[in-house]
Each structure stands twice: as structure tokens, then as C-alpha cells.
Ligand binder design. Structure first.
Ligand SMILES: Nc1ncnc2c1ncn2[C@@H]1O[C@H](COP(=O)(O)OP(=O)(O)OP(=O)(O)O)[C@@H](O)[C@H]1O
Ligand SMILES: Cc1ncc(CO)c(N)n1
Length: 268
């Protein structure tokens, strides 16, 4: 069985963060491990409070895993502060995982800031260069590049700018743009539109976390980057289509199993 690690924040409501990541890994037949960077008191409506985890135990969590267990792929989600960004970057530089998918989480669906402003410069300088793929939504890509992203042309420019900042490849998500949620994948050489159809629902809590974890799972399972993204897009679309109306705000998506019984028995 392949093994994936998520370095991210905990969402008590279970829809995003570490909880969404591990559900997604399991649904792909991948063994999930976690390094918790922050604890959020969160539900479908709000992030009530956030407690950052001490950097010393973040370093220890990462070392405890890498010094004992082979990690096929890493996903990085909420980091919260500049100190945590630097800690995670230092540890990943030391252990240099083969695959690192960076979801540059900044603001929750409910509008709460999950990354402080001082952290953005560190994230650009230290983590982007370690990323196999970075998966920003439009507002995140605007913060990272300083560009305003409205038109298709802007999508291309932002992807180029993010690779110039050091990321190996970019998936710029169109969920926040007008019209259909088409995402632009730039592999460093070619552009590919990963098309979707907008599903009319408010239950989109954790969509970004689920998409990046599905890509991480597919990469751990040996698919190419492009195939991993295409399969993950199908997965998140089905997950949103079958999402749950739990709570009064943005409900969670459905982490159904993405592999057949036969594939499952082969992977065990
Ligand atoms: N209503 C929708 N219908 C279909 N696909 C969607 C919808 N909203 C988002 N998506 C797709 O879901 C994926 C996740 O994108 P999104 O832009 O929502 O991430 P995000 O803003 O990072 O999410 P999060 O709230 O977890 O931070 C993308 O592939 C996007 O195109
Ligand atoms: C802990 C956590 N990570 C990521 C997100 C994505 O918005 C969230 N809401 N909460």
C-alpha cells in the first residue's frame, strides 16, 4: 500500500484540513499520515478560533515519520504563520520527498484568514521551490503573484509567474471565477485546461483540500502528474455532486471510494 502524508491544520467540523485529506487518502486506497500545524475550532459556518502548534513538535512530527516510514507523496495545506512555513520548509529540505503538492491555503470558505500576511513572503521564497505542483485558487494566486486574475489570458500569466517563483508546475483553480469551474494546469512547458461543470450547491467546504489530496493520492499510486490531476478533477466533481447538507453553512463533500474492489484487493 502506498503512503501519503498531509502537513496541514485540523478542522473540528471534519470537512476540510487534515480530516478531509485523510478521508481522501483512504478513499484512494492510500495509507494516510498527518503532521498537524494548527488546530481550528471550525464548523460549516465559521472558524471560531485557531491555535498554532509549536514549531518544535511540528519538526518532530515530520522527523518521526520520515525517519521510520517511506513517504510516497506529501500534501501541504494550512500552515498559519511565517514560523510554521519556515519550519516545514526546513524539514522538507532535509528529507526531500519525491512528490510535494502545495495547496497554499489562505482563507476559509467562511472568510477566516488561515495564513498571516508575514507568511506569504516565506511561502514564496521557501516552499514554492520545493513544490512538484502548487494548487492556488484565484484569490490565492493573486496574492502570490500580485496580478489581478480575471480573463483567460490572466490565468496563463499567473501560471507563468508562479513557475518563475520556483514551482515546478501549477494548477490554477477556477472554482472562484465566473462560469464553469475550469482549472488551468501548466506543467512548466504546456498548458492544459482541466474542465468542469458548475454544480449548484453551497456544500463546497473542503473542496480545495480534497482536490489536492486526491492529486497526492494519485501521484503516490504512480500516476503521472497530468493523469493525477485529471482523475482528481473527476473525483472532486463527484464529491461535490454528492455533498452533504450537514450544518447550516457550507457542508462537506462526499469522500466516496474511488477504486474498485479488484483494485483494492490488489493494493492491499
Ligand atoms: N460549484 C462547483 N462545481 C463544480 N466544481 C467546483 C465548484 N466549486 C469548485 N469546484 C472545483 O473544485 C476544485 C476545488 O476548487 P476551489 O476553487 O473550490 O478550491 P478552494 O477555494 O481552494 O477550496 P477550499 O474552500 O477548500 O479552500 C476545483 O477543481 C474547482 O474547479
Ligand atoms: C484547517 C483548514 N484547512 C484548510 C481549509 C480550507 O479552506 C480550512 N477551512 N480549514
Amino acid at each position: 500500500m502506498k503512503k501519503a502524508l498531509t502537513i496541514a491544520g485540523s478542522d473540528s467540523g471534519g470537512g476540510a484540513g487534515i480530516q478531509a485529506d485523510i478521508k481522501t487518502f483512504s478513499a484512494h486506497g492510500v495509507f494516510g499520515m498527518s503532521v498537524i500545524t494548527a488546530v481550528t475550532a471550525q464548523n460549516t459556518m465559521e472558524v471560531r478560533s485557531v491555535q498554532a502548534i509549536d514549531t518544535a513538535i511540528i519538526t518532530d512530527q515530520i522527523a518521526a515519520i520520515f525517519e521510520d516510514i517511506h513517504v510516497d507523496a506529501v500534501k501541504i495545506g494550512m500552515l498559519g504563520s511565517k514560523e510554521i512555513v519556515e519550519t516545514v520548509a526546513d524539514s522538507l529540505t532535509a528529507f526531500s520527498p519525491a512528490i510535494a503538492i502545495l495547496d497554499p491555503v489562505m482563507i476559509s470558505k467562511s472568510g477566516h484568514h488561515l495564513l498571516d500576511e508575514r507568511a506569504v513572503t516565506a511561502l514564496k521564497a521557501k516552499l514554492l521551490p520545493l513544490a512538484t505542483l502548487v494548487t492556488p485558487n484565484v484569490p490565492e494566486a493573486e496574492v502570490l503573484t500580485g496580478l489581478s486574475i480575471r480573463t483567460e489570458q490572466d490565468f496563463y500569466k499567473a501560471c507563468l509567474s508562479l513557475t518563475e517563483l520556483g514551482s515546478n508546475a501549477v494548477l490554477l483553480k477556477g472554482g472562484h471565477a465566473e462560469g464553469n469551474p475550469n482549472d488551468l494546469f501548466y506543467d512548466g512547458t504546456n498548458f492544459h485546461w482541466i474542465k468542469g461543470e458548475r454544480i449548484d450547491t453551497k456544500n463546497t467546504h473542503g473542496t480545495g483540500c480534497t482536490l489536492s489530496s486526491a492529486i497526492t493520492s494519485n501521484m503516490a499510486n504512480g500516476l503521472s502528474l497530468r493523469e493525477s490531476i485529471e482523475q482528481a478533477k473527476l473525483y472532486i466533481s463527484e464529491a461535490i455532486r454528492n455533498s452533504f447538507s450537514i450544518g447550516a453553512g457550507h457542508g462537506p463533500v462526499h469522500h466516496f471510494h474511488s477504486f474498485s474492489k479488484k483494485e483494492r484487493s490488489e493494493s492491499l
